[in-house]
Design a protein. Sequence first.
Length: 273
Amino acid sequence: MLDVEDLHMIYSGGVHAVRGISFDVNQGESVAIIGSSGSGKSTVLRCINRLIEPTEGEIYLKGEQINTPHTDVNNLRSRIGMVFQSFELFAHLKVLDNVTLGLRHVRKMSKGEAQERAMSVLERVDMLDRIDAYPGNLSGGQKQRVAIARALAMRPEVLLFDEPTSALDPELIGSVLETIRGLADEGMTMLIVTHEIGFARDVADRVIYMDEGVVAEEGPSSIINNPKSERLKKFLSSLHEDEVPEHIHEELVDEDTGYGYVPDGKGAGPRVR
């Protein structure tokens, strides 16, 4: 579905943020990218969605190279949705209008068609009761769920998440992670940059660990419990105890249920694959 080949990104000033990484995301697969701040995770997503242009490398969507001068960027962004850590909602528009805006202007849908689809996706993220609210009257978790609904409304082929919970208070994280988990269960193709290590372990099909701009380790989500490289072991051991595997810190696992990944304790069990 999505292929990244030998991707480099050198910012002005000579910062080599991404150093020749390659990976793919299969249709219906959820892939999590983890790593410390500054490792190049978000830069990769921004290159894929053409928010920035990579210095070198090729990116393919269903076999078609999408980082060429001839690529229709607006069309591309309707095929590859992106959910940002800062929500990026229009403050002057109500929830419903935030979701229908792209449908009407990019998909050229009628007002009625756009509203019907918007209502459908808002129901999926449990936000139907706030369709007339403005973003300023929503909690951070509600804003992020509206942002997810907006991306879903475009019916993208791939959905990118850039640290979707980093701007949220701890008590609001659970609802957003549950929404993403539901999308994974439905077979949405997703690439998720996240610092929620337990969530990545339980929901992602595969995990990519980035360090200093390179892929330092990649494999099934079980690598979080059984890291092979010293770099990943060191990264995991540096995390707060509620974010690392249970064999490192048993406090992560709920004693009653035997699982858990959401910091507020409301998580479900590992996704059945």
